[in-house]
Write a protein that binds this ligand. Structure first.
Ligand SMILES: [Zn+2]
Ligand SMILES: [Zn+2]
Length: 321
């Protein structure tokens, strides 16, 4: 399907939320911004980001763990308060991405459609407003989830009201506008930059990459190449040093019984990832050694003689000499 790349009028609210962030410089807002305001904004970032990463992504899109009908609604509500449309809309498009990653059918491939389109252009396009219910039949059978998907703006307005009650207009500007814009771009960066920047640990057929920096700002979603290779895993950081805050939060929720049956990657996948790492290291060393040899040879015949002497020289003194 041909992509409609012009920016429609329906995108105006999205740009207005960005513009509203500058309200922090108004004396009435700046003057009433306190430590409480900043803590509120950070807390709302973390809680709502978890709604996206732990809810929209790892639960609704991939079913990588189990939970109750009540708590899945809580997750859908939390994700909804991040203003990234409904859980069913989000998860259906994401499943489609995994089926066609970086292929012509992929809706947001930076290699095919550029960074702007993969980052945000496709989200603003009215072409993709409709929920692809055929991709998400398992979750669409719950009427409360369908309702929240249709009225996905309800959680963000409720949250805006709570921000006002907790910390006045400063709470609204920081907690709703600034925090939401940061949420947008950290989430979108997985679709754009995680298919461009970073390292490829696993041999996937797409351009997905692993990035520690993106993993830190997205509570663990930056291990995107791991995720594309084994998408059913609840943890996207496969090794102890791959920081994955969403997974730690889900582990904590499992201890109190709110979630269970967390699916982990099998040993063969973990072993393959380690092996790839070793191969990469060997290739890097060989390339560095070749570069060094090339530079030495470029210096001229004396350098070649020096290398010859070096190669022929015994590694330890000859005791019989
Ligand atoms: Zn991807
Ligand atoms: Zn995914």
């Amino acid at each position: 399907m041909e992509k409609q790349r012009s920016i429609p009028l329906s995108a105006i609210p999205f740009f207005m939320i960005h513009a509203a962030c500058f309200l922090v410089f108004l004396p009435g807002i700046w003057g009433t911004t306190t430590t409480k305001t900043i803590i509120l904004a950070i807390a709302l970032f973390v809680i709502r980001k978890f709604g996206i990463t732990g809810g929209y992504h790892r639960y609704f899109s991939h079913r990588s763990y189990k939970t109750s009908r009540f708590f899945q609604f809580v997750l859908a509500w939390l994700g909804g308060s991040a203003a990234q449309k409904g859980a069913l809309w989000w998860a259906a498009h994401h499943r489609h991405h995994h089926k066609h990653s970086d292929q012509p059918e992929d809706i947001h491939s930076p290699a095919r459609d550029g960074i702007w389109w993969s980052h945000v252009g496709w989200v603003l396009s009215p072409q993709y407003n409709v929920t692809q219910y055929d991709q998400i039949k398992d979750m669409a059978k719950f009427p409360e989830l369908r309702w929240l998907n249709d009225y996905h703006l309800v959680p963000i307005f409720v949250m805006g009201g709570l921000c006002y009650l907790i910390d006045g207009w400063a709470g609204v500007v920081w907690g709703t506008f600034v925090s939401t814009v940061v949420l947008y771009h950290t989430t979108f960066a997985i679709n754009s930059f995680c298919h461009i920047l970073g390292r490829k640990r696993f041999p996937t057929t797409d351009d997905s990459k692993n990035s520690l920096i993106l993993a830190l700002v997205t509570l663990g979603e930056g291990w995107h190449n791991n995720h594309h290779f084994f998408q059913g895993s609840v943890n996207q950081g496969f090794y102890w040093w791959q920081i994955d805050i969403t997974y730690y939060m889900l582990r904590a929720l499992s201890w109190v019984g709110l979630v269970w049956d967390l699916k982990k990657p099998p040993q063969r996948v973990l072993a393959l990832g380690r092996q790839k790492n070793i191969t990469d290291a060997m290739v890097e060393r060989f390339t560095a050694a070749s570069d060094k040899l090339g530079k030495t040879l470029a210096k001229g015949p004396e350098a070649v003689t020096a290398i010859g002497d070096m190669v022929m020289r015994p590694t330890s003194p000859d005791p019989t000499a």
